[in-house]
Design a protein around this ligand. Structure first.
Ligand code: URA
Length: 238
């Protein structure tokens, strides 16, 4: 593969940006300064840019702490999307795994790996997702019991069992764990119980926890350990 394509594919910059880096003498291949953007490199070569090793990867995996006010989409003419939070040269082929509403905050995985998307989001895979929620009215033991059995809405939509853990200090606050990801699921479940969700934050997907040190709008790469956790995708709570 051409050196400039390799660097751009690995997220070092756009094709023209990496050409500039090469021109400035900031790229080396196997310890030797590279001057030709078209030189051939492969998996066995050691490529460094600005002193950092650019290792070849098949896929990219990021954890984003989604802020409110951005939509979970790859592009939109009018509204800001979660991908707009990434530098332009990193966006290529990336997409969000699953969907959070515009006003929902918290854990969202951004990747270019369609297989992971399938593993985590296919309804048949039952991966637990845990959320913190706040409601306009107090939740109670009856809500908990109803959700435990699964709930059917008036329009016939059925939501599977969910675990509602109400904060003993504040009954308007709870954690909820669901294993599906239907449209506005948590808001519709609570609405069926006469309560409006006024705050919703995703805390975990399977065993992967939101890194609370990430500010809203910030992202970081998943660690090796976190990726292993995701591929195991244990469903424990329900
Ligand atoms: N349930 C909702 O209602 N909204 C979300 O964003 C996620 C789950």
């Amino acid at each position: 593969m051409r050196l400039d394509k390799y660097l751009a594919d690995m997220g070092a910059g756009s094709r023209s940006q990496v050409k500039q880096l090469i021109k400035k003498g900031l790229v080396s291949v196997n310890g030797i300064k590279a001057s030709d953007p078209g030189m051939a490199v492969g998996g066995a070569d050691t490529v460094e840019c600005n002193g950092a090793l650019i290792s070849h990867r098949d896929h990219f995996y990021y954890m984003l702490n989604k802020p409110a006010g951005v939509i979970t989409a790859t592009e939109d003419d009018r509204q800001k999307t979660v991908l707009d939070l990434f530098p332009e040269n990193m966006r290529k082929r990336l997409f969000p795994v699953g969907r959070l509403d515009k006003d929902t905050v918290g854990l969202l995985i951004i990747t270019d790996d369609g297989q992971l998307d399938h593993e985590l989001m296919a309804p048949s895979h039952h991966v637990d997702k845990c959320y913190l929620l706040k409601t306009d009215k107090p939740m109670d033991a009856e809500d908990r019991a109803v959700f435990k059995e699964g709930i059917e809405l008036k329009d016939g939509t059925r939501f599977k069992e969910a675990l509602l853990e109400i904060d003993p200090e504040d009954p308007c606050s709870a954690r909820i764990t669901i294993s599906e990801g239907k449209y506005h699921q948590i808001k519709r479940m609570l609405l069926a119980r006469g309560k409006e969700v006024i705050y919703l934050k995703r805390l975990s997907i399977g065993e992967l926890q939101l890194d609370e040190s990430l500010e809203e709008g910030a992202f970081r790469e998943l660690t090796e350990e976190e990726l292993n956790i995701l591929h195991k995708k244990k469903s424990k709570a329900l």
